[in-house]
Design a protein around this ligand. Structure first.
Ligand code: SF4
Ligand code: SF4
Ligand code: SF4
Length: 186
């Protein structure tokens, strides 16, 4: 009789432990799924594989499970890297210029046409024919052609050429870097 009771208690205990474990598992699973969903929403969804994972979903899953760094998705850019680091608990190194790391800094010449006399000196100096214009009329720089060599600036007698920072575009995204630097933990 005692043996039967013992077996009964044992079975009940095992059932109870199994129930508790399954509740705990479903709770953690739900949490990691919702974290993954939030991460996925931040990623570009282009599945390019540059992060080293088989698409955005796989990377999001690795991030949600704290198995990947938050800075591996280059197409997403610096802002998303920051948001991912906050979501996954890693911190950004202070003073780090993430835009500079992700995009090759680029400046192009810009002519302030109200001062330009159309002398043509800059046009003759430009090694890539990025400047157009006819004599005695304001000249203009094609920012797509300009290589930022700076040669035209000193040539201009009117001092009306300025090197300006070009807005970031994917055309001059720095494809050669591995990642931006984010240190984990705080
Ligand atoms: S690098 Fe970014 S966009 Fe490309 S697959 Fe990875 S997460 Fe997706
Ligand atoms: S910076 Fe160089 S490439 Fe650009 S317009 Fe001036 S001379 Fe031409
Ligand atoms: S050198 Fe200066 S003034 Fe002459 S065309 Fe070029 S921008 Fe205009």
């Amino acid at each position: 009789m005692i043996e039967v009771k013992f077996i009964l208690y044992l079975c009940l205990s095992l059932l109870l432990i199994g129930f508790v474990l399954s509740v705990l598992y479903s709770f953690t699973d739900k949490n990691s799924n919702s974290a993954q969903k939030r991460i996925e929403k931040l990623l570009p969804g282009i599945n390019c594989g540059q992060c080293g994972y088989l698409g955005c979903q796989a990377y999001a899953s690795a991030l949600a499970n704290h198995e990947a760094q938050a800075n591996l998705c280059k197409p997403a850019g610096a802002d998303v890297a920051k948001q991912l680091s906050e979501l996954t608990g890693s911190s950004l190194e202070s003073g780090q210029d993430y835009e500079e790391q992700l995009f090759t800094p680029r400046t192009v010449a810009y002519i302030h046409d109200e001062k330009c006399t159309g002398c043509g000196k800059c046009k003759r100096k430009c090694p890539v024919d990025a400047i157009s214009g006819v004599l005695k009329q304001a000249h203009v720089v094609d920012p797509k052609e300009c290589i930022g060599c700076d040669e035209c600036v000193a040539t201009c007698p009117e001092k009306c050429i300025e090197m300006i920072r070009q807005d970031h575009t994917l055309e001059h995204f720095n494809w050669n870097i591995h990642s931006v630097q984010i240190k984990s933990g705080n």
